[in-house]
Every structure is written in C-alpha cells, then in structure tokens.
Design a protein around this ligand. Sequence first.
Ligand SMILES: [Zn+2]
Length: 321
Amino acid sequence: MVNLSRRTLLLGMAGSVLPAPALAAATQPLKVVATTGMIADAARTVGGEFVTVTALMGPGVDPHAYRQTRSDILAMTRADLTLYHGLYLEAQMEEFFDSLSRQRNVVAVAEQIPHDELLAHDEYKNQYDPHVWMDPQLWSKVVVAVRDALTNALPQNQAYFHDNTAKHLEEIAELYAYSKEVLASVPEAARILVTSHDAFNYFGRAYHYEVMGIQGISTQSEAGLTRVRDLVSILVDRGINAVFVESSVSERNTRALIEGAAARKHDVRIGGHLYSDAMGPDATYEGTYIGMIDHNVTHVARALGGEAPERGMRGLLAVGT
Ligand SMILES: [Zn+2]
C-alpha cells in the first residue's frame, strides 16, 4: 500500500468520492464537459458564472453515431465533471463512459428520470427511448439532475444553482404551456407527425399526436417500398399535407413520400426542418433548448393547420427556416 503513488490513490478513490479538483480550485470555474448541446445548455443556465461548459456534439451532429475523438477524451479526463445523457443515446461511447466513471466524476443525467416515466425503445428490448428532451416535463427532471451534479461538485454554490434552476424550470413550464396550446389548435384529424426518424415519441405522448418515423426505409427494397406506400396512403386518406425533415437526418426518405403522394395527386410538402437530436446554430435562439422546442412546436402547429405566432412563443424565431 505504501508504495502506491498519491495519484493512483486519488484516481482509485474518485469514483466514490468527490473529485479533488473541484474543492481545491473553488475560485476557478468548474470545468464541465457535456455530450449534447441540450445538456450543455442546461449546465450553462444552471451553473452561470461558476462553470465553463464544453459541448462535444455541435449543431447537426447525430448522437447515436458519435464516437469520442482524441481531443474529447483529453477534455473529459481534464474536466471536473462530465455530463452525458445515458439511456443508450450515446451508443458508441457507452463503454468509454463506463471506464471514465471509475476515475472521474461522470453523471448520466437522463438516467435520473424515474424509469416508469420512460417509453420503451422501438428497436431494442429492455431499453428506453432516449429522446426525452422532446417532452419539456421530462426535460425538467434532467435539468434538476444537472443541478444536483453541479451542487455535488460545488456545494458552496448550492443556493445559486437552485435559484437558477427554479427560474429555468419556470421557463420550461411556460414553454410546455405554449406547446400544448398551439399544438391543440391543429384540427384533430391532422395531429399526425411524419418525420425522418424515431425521435418524436415523447412529443406524441405529451401532446396526443400520432408519430410516424420513416427512418431506415430503403426504396431499393420491397419492404421499403411497402412502407412508403402505406405512409402515402395515410397521408392521402387523412388529408395530411405536411411532413417534416430533421436537422441531423437526410431528406431522401421524405422526398420519396412527397413523390409518392404526388403520384396520387395529393399535395404534400415539407412542413419545416425540425431539430431532433441536436439544437440549432450556436449563438442563436434556436441554439438553446427553449428556442429549439419553440421552433419545433411552432412549425408543426402552423404546417398542420393550427394557429401559432410566426416567430414563436417569444417572437424570437428566425423567419423562413
Ligand atoms: Zn435520435
């Protein structure tokens, strides 16, 4: 035992106790690394001046496929706190987080949501659908998990973190109320969201919309063609005129639907680009959690025949996107 270096001891202990750097450098901002932009946004909002936050995945990045780079690994091993989503969202990084969490302070923030509030995964047995940010009520719980992780790392700032969190939870409640209102203004028969992948199941549950994803359709295969035909029939039969594309997924499959409907003399257009697994550009309103969701619900409501202000809940949305 006596021959173990101090460094080895610290590393060995850090999994179960508070990491040393946060306490030693109380006047320095806490160095936080977050995987997705949404988690980074929560950490910045709650942590304010006491944190510096780095997001690994920028706008348009697909978290299901993302693998840590060398510089990501360096950032995470130097960080005081690493926040990731969990629920198998970062499928390619799962093993890395397992081993990192034995040495460093690592928290899977979406795992803190009670599992009976989660939806089952479409494709994997015994797993949950990770896209919880689509329901602001669930996202509130992730924000609370971020608050608790920051408070554990910097307990002297507890009051500040709790205050910022309370304000942000109010904003999220306002966003949820707005979303419910504008989405309920869509005629009942038209409350169908056709999108390019399976990110919107929590949206469907929160707002009572049917949600259909078209990811994975290969128009080269028999099964793919059947699926396209089925979806086209639904669009035609129910008079749906809008489908949606996502910022982090290709438009190709959506085009197949539009062409299929056109062949049956039914006009379908792209109702908007939705933010599914990543937020909008940095330093824009859409590049925040509130702006991302405001954008989505406002565009869905307007495209499906409901009523919503063109520039959203706060008049801040970019025009013509
Ligand atoms: Zn996704």
